[in-house]
Design a protein around this ligand. Structure first.
Ligand SMILES: Nc1ncnc2c1ncn2[C@@H]1O[C@H](COP(=O)(O)OP(=O)(O)OP(=O)(O)O)[C@@H](O)[C@H]1O
Length: 707
């Protein structure tokens, strides 16, 4: 696309050059056209600068290139006298084509600023996404289109709406002049006509504002949805979330990154760009107006006429704006670290409240409420201190901003008063118009000076997302780390060879294990606390990323692991029993029968009830339901990691017998400590701690004491 644009710009350059030689086209137009052509080529990646500018920036550069070519052609046609008198009032200002070219060049330049490039790169995948989507247009229905078309389309329209906004501001500025001069001259007819003009401009202003607010909201909504979905997919695929959690150094709070950071990124990066864009345009337009006004009115200081200095008002306003903004910055600067600190203390407080909620039973049993209350108050104290500092700082800032607002209301008038009183031709409207232009330039300049602070806050969000991206990449790349787990044809055992297991710290936990868990043979794994039994099961399940060696599994045979503390998702009991399969996989009869088999027939009535089952069910009930899951799933291999520890020996024996009857083809491998387990197994493997990691040894079942 950009190549076609470059071709068209090349043609336009030639045409403009011919026009210049022939006379009617000013010489700067073909020069600017050539510059725009070069910008397009560089953005697209010419041989010397191979990297292409990110799509979002290319799109904007393309947009400005198109507007430059169109405006330059119109200006040239006008120069050649081809545009009739009737259309003259509608022609864009002479400077419009220059500003388009400057914007194209400026966008190429800023796309090499690291933070801007990073934002654009992060935005890129969304604006390149081919996924189908629908643009929600209220009463105009839903329009199906690709995400790329939706993103770029809305972005383009919002840019145009911002150009219209600046255009309207300029129109209002001229309107001030005519309106106030009519008041001064007591010219009623102009006054009433100008009121009509005002109504017209104000109506467009409101419609434009509404449209922009709506389209911006929709664009951000789709962008956030897409980014959230992408992060969730990456986080939950290939057990990335588990490896991230194991490697705590790399990234904290993935939940916060996927929810708040993504929201802030999509929200703020868009606003940030649009603000910079419209402020630059605003600055350009009003500097032009002030420049023109400066030349119109003599301003004598002593014997010297200031209007001899080109654009003297522009220099005054720039000096004034820089001074005021600098003072604001000095007073307001400490707010930045305070706002940063605020995020942290608020998050700490919230996290501690959630911990109390999640552990409320333990806290109630241990009567720990007082300690918790004191701890929470301490956390809150940090919020209190931080907020107090913010209040004091804001107080100082308010003195500056309110004082400045008051000064600003009259400063331009005071500044211009001597010229106004001394110059007959200067009207009240001129004064109003100048004052308005003054305020516009001033606020644009201060926006640029203060936006570095926004950039600092914004950079923190980008950093958090970037480190998250890297952590996800690393965790994804580590997918094949650790012991290799290989499904093999024609084997009848889960066997390990030279299996070396390590902790995340690199320390060796299990040393060169060699074992075979034979099909149909009930094996009990024992070992003292912390010896590495659970970790051995993690290795067999293929999720432990630290270590090396090889485990072979019979191909096409499912392995299911029941932990000591089963996980229950929020939702119905049927959903929890079928997890991770959909509840509809099994019939109500199957669920009820499984519940009856594990000794919980009374829960059959509650199959469709939605509860937080983790806190509703007792420890023993949870373990029974976990066994019911296995009965429903009928795995070829069932690894029980102290999965019946909450039951007494008799009930535990009952469940083992049930498993034997209900799942006759399933091979059970258990971890356990109790001596009563001996009679429920055929063989025992003991993990014995050593100096350089533990070893796995064959042990007699009869010798099983309470390990
Ligand atoms: N994510 C982890 N990070 C650091 N160390 C870990 C991690 N997971 C386990 N460990 C350590 O590995 C060792 C073995 O843990 P594992 O849970 O496998 O022991 P276990 O034999 O099952 O113990 P228990 O009988 O008490 O359940 C322990 O010292 C534990 O602290």
């Amino acid at each position: 696309m950009i190549k076609i644009l470059a071709g068209l710009t090349g043609l336009a350059t030639l045409g403009l050059a011919v026009g210049t030689i022939a006379g009617p086209v000013p010489v700067y137009l073909p020069i600017l056209s050539l510059a725009v052509l070069l910008v397009l080529l560089v953005a697209d990646g010419v041989p010397l600068i191979k990297t292409r500018v990110p799509l979002v920036m290319r799109f904007l550069i393309g947009l400005f290139a198109v507007s430059f070519v169109a405006l330059a052609l119109v200006a040239s046609a006008n120069g050649a006298g081809l545009i009739p008198e009737t259309f003259q009032p509608f022609l864009p200002q002479t400077g419009s084509s220059i500003i388009s070219a400057i914007l194209a060049i400026a966008h190429l330049a800023i796309s090499y600023i690291p933070v801007i490039r990073r934002i654009a790169e992060m935005a890129n995948p969304f604006f390149e996404a081919k996924d189908r989507s629908q643009l929600e247009m209220g009463i105009f229905g839903r329009w199906p289109m690709s995400l790329k078309a939706l993103g770029l389309g809305l972005f383009g329209v919002i840019i145009v709406l911002n150009v219209i906004q600046v255009y309207l501001l300029v129109r209002f500025n001229f309107w001030y002049n005519v309106f106030y001069t009519a008041l001064q001259d007591k010219n009623a007819s102009v006054f009433w006509t100008q009121l009509l003009v005002f109504t017209f401009l104000a109506t467009i202003w409101i419609i434009r504002g509404m449209t922009e607010a709506y389209l911006t909201g929709i664009l951000k909504l789709h962008w956030r949805e897409w980014l959230t979905e992408r992060y969730m997919r990456q986080w939950l695929s290939d057990k990335v979330h588990y490896r991230l959690a194991l490697d705590r150094k790399s990234t904290d709070n993935p939940d916060q990154r996927i929810s708040e950071d993504v929201r802030d990124f999509t929200d703020q990066s868009f606003d940030f760009y649009i603000n910079i864009f419209s402020t630059s345009l605003n600055l350009y337009a009003f500097v032009q107006i002030l420049w023109t006004i400066s030349a119109q009115f003599p301003y004598k200081v002593g014997g010297f006429d200031l209007s001899n200095v080109p654009g003297y008002l522009v220099w005054v306003v720039l000096a004034f704006a820089i001074l005021v903004t600098y003072i604001t910055h000095l007073v307001g600067r400490p707010l930045i670290p305070l706002q940063f600190g605020r995020q942290k203390v608020e998050a700490d407080f919230r996290y501690n409240l959630v911990r109390v909620r999640e552990n409320s039973e333990q806290i109630a049993l241990l009567q720990g409420e007082e300690v918790e209350r004191v701890g929470l108050l301490e956390r809150y104290k940090a919020i209190f201190d931080n907020t107090l500092s913010i209040i004091y700082r804001n107080l100082k800032l308010t003195i500056v901003t309110l004082g400045y607002a008051q000064i600003n209301a009259i400063f331009p008038l005071v500044l211009l008063a001597p010229a106004y009183f001394a110059t007959e031709s200067m009207k009240f409207g001129d004064l109003q118009q100048t004052s308005d232009a003054f305020t516009n330039v001033q606020s644009s300049v201060s926006f640029f000076i203060t936006s570095y602070a926004t950039l600092a806050v914004f950079k923190a969000i980008i950093d958090r997302l970037t480190t998250f991206d890297h952590a996800i990449e690393q965790a994804d790349a580590a997918r094949n780390d650790g012991v290799e787990v290989v499904p093999a044809k024609g084997v009848a055992a889960i066997s390990g060879d030279n299996v070396d297991v390590r902790l995340p710290t690199g320390e060796r936990l299990l040393n060169k294990l060699a074992f075979a868990l034979r099909k149909g043979e009930r094996t009990l794994v024992t070992g003292e606390s912390g010896a590495g039994k659970t970790t051995l099961f993690r290795v067999l399940a293929g999720i432990w990323p630290y270590g090396k060696g090889r485990v072979t599994l019979p191909r096409d045979e499912s392995v299911m692991l029941l932990p000591q503390q089963p996980y229950f998702p929020l939702g119905t009991l049927a959903g929890a029993m079928a997890y991770p399969l959909p509840a509809g996989t099994f019939s109500t009869e199957q669920f009820s029968k499984a519940l009856e088999q594990v000794g919980l027939p009374q829960w059959s009535d509650k199959l469709e009830a939605s509860e937080n089952w983790s806190s509703v069910l007792s420890g023993g009930e949870k373990q029974r339901i976990s066994v019911a899951r296995a009965i429903l799933r009928k795995p070829a291999w069932l690894l029980l990691d102290e999965a019946t520890s909450a039951m007494d020996e008799e009930n535990e024996g009952g469940l083992y017998n049930l498993l034997r009857q209900a799942l006759p083809d399933t091979t059970v491998v258990s971890i356990g400590h109790r001596s009563s387990l001996a009679k429920l197994h055929d063989r025992r493997l003991g993990i014995v701690k050593g100096d350089d990691g533990a070893r796995l040894e064959e042990m007699p079942l009869a010798a099983l004491g309470n390990v």
